[in-house]
Design a protein around this ligand. Structure first.
Ligand code: COA
Length: 332
């Protein structure tokens, strides 16, 4: 049986910065309030002519270069996004594949909101272990600025734009194998984070436009409580299943939703500051791009080395949640 190895990480961080002080000019808020409630100081915003595939293609390019593989070796592209370039088709993965000049290749999107990248890891792992594919490019790419209502003071300051990508490859070495990925969902909580209009339930209409129903609507307070509970429980199950303690993990990379959520979950699980990767202050919540952007940040800081054990923990709209446990296994 082939094992699935996590070979490389890359990201694209849009250069344009929107600070909390910029929000003070457009909604009734303060830098102090946002910082205290979320830990966010600033977030990145894509250019007007940039869509998720543009951000994703740049992250993908970097992940491929760092993997040491040739583009021709990639036999599957998966893009996790809930801000696709187009509502229905083509998929953002198709566009990314063509923008980085891949030869014709299987490509599709996964939709699991902020858990999307972990879902993509699970799909890549399954394709590789089944023997169907050998080198999978996974991308998390989001332009949340395109679905934010910048008059909604309870939501708009949380999210940002960006992309991250990784290569997952077949390996014969069990020590390189992704140990486990556990993903789940509960659609009973669909109302907590939602874009209610523009899909088949409420197709685009004047009402959808007037009420900004294609923008994200979030019940922040309820989401907060569920996020802490779910993220903590999810990791506990994963650690117990593999007989691990927090000391066995080099890098805990949680979804970057809110510093208070990260701190509560980290404290409950016993991860210290050194182990926990935090980028929420710089990038805000970039949904499916949040975990790979955070991993890339730690990688570029020189903190992630070959063989280090990494634990992803994500939570998002759906509701969806998931965790992934793996060693970093670069080829070079
Ligand atoms: C959004 C969030 C920061 C709001 O913080 P909160 O403590 O729950 O705030 P509440 O909604 O209870 O509102 C508290 C007060 O702040 C006010 N408020 C809301 N938004 C504000 C803003 N941007 N600036 C200043 N005050 C604000 C409210 O009006 C309310 O005032 P009141 O007490 O006078 O009625 C917080 O709920 C959160 O981070 N939730 C999780 C969101 C998330 O992570 N989503 C993605 C999951 S993948």
């Amino acid at each position: 049986m082939a094992y699935a190895a996590f070979r490389s990480i890359g990201a694209y961080i849009p250069p344009k910065i929107m600070t909390n002080f910029d929000f003070e000019k457009i909604i009734d808020t303060t830098d102090e309030w946002i910082t205290k409630r979320t830990g966010i100081k600033e977030r990145r915003i894509s250019e007007e002519n940039e869509a998720s595939s543009d951000l994703g293609a740049k992250a993908a390019q970097q992940a491929i270069e760092r993997s040491g593989l040739a583009k021709e070796d990639i036999d599957l592209v998966i893009c996790a996004t809930v801000t696709p370039d187009y509502l229905c088709m083509p998929s953002t993965a198709c566009l990314i594949a063509s923008k980085i000049n891949l030869p014709p290749v299987q490509a599709f999107d996964v939709s699991a909101a902020c858990t999307g990248f972990v879902y993509a890891v699970s799909v890549a792992k399954a394709f590789i272990e089944s023997g169907m594919k050998k080198n999978v490019l996974i991308v998390g790419a989001e332009t949340y600025s395109s679905i934010l209502d910048y008059t909604d003071r309870g939501t708009c300051f949380i999210f940002g734009d960006g992309a991250g990508a990784a290569i997952i490859s077949a390996s014969e070495n069990k020590d390189e194998a992704i140990v486990d990925v556990n993903c789940s969902s509960d659609g009973n909580y669909d109302d907590l984070i939602k874009t209610p209009g523009g899909g088949s339930k409420h197709p685009c209409s004047q009402e959808v436009l007037d009420n900004k129903m294609a923008c994200i609507k979030m019940k922040g307070n309820e989401t907060f409580k569920l996020a802490v509970r779910t993220l903590t429980a999810d990791v506990k199950v994963m650690m117990e299943k593999h007989n691990l303690t927090n000391k066995d993990i080099n890098h805990f990379i949680p979804h970057q939703a809110n510093m208070r959520i990260i701190k509560s979950v980290g404290d409950a699980l016993g991860f210290n500051e050194e182990q926990t990767v935090v980028t929420i202050d710089k990038y805000g919540n970039t949904s499916a791009a949040s975990i790979p952007m955070a991993m890339n940040y730690a990688y570029e800081q020189g903190k992630i080395k070959a063989g280090d054990s990494i634990l992803f923990d994500a939570f998002g709209g759906g509701l969806t949640w998931g965790s992934a446990l793996f060693p970093f296994a670069p080829l070079k």
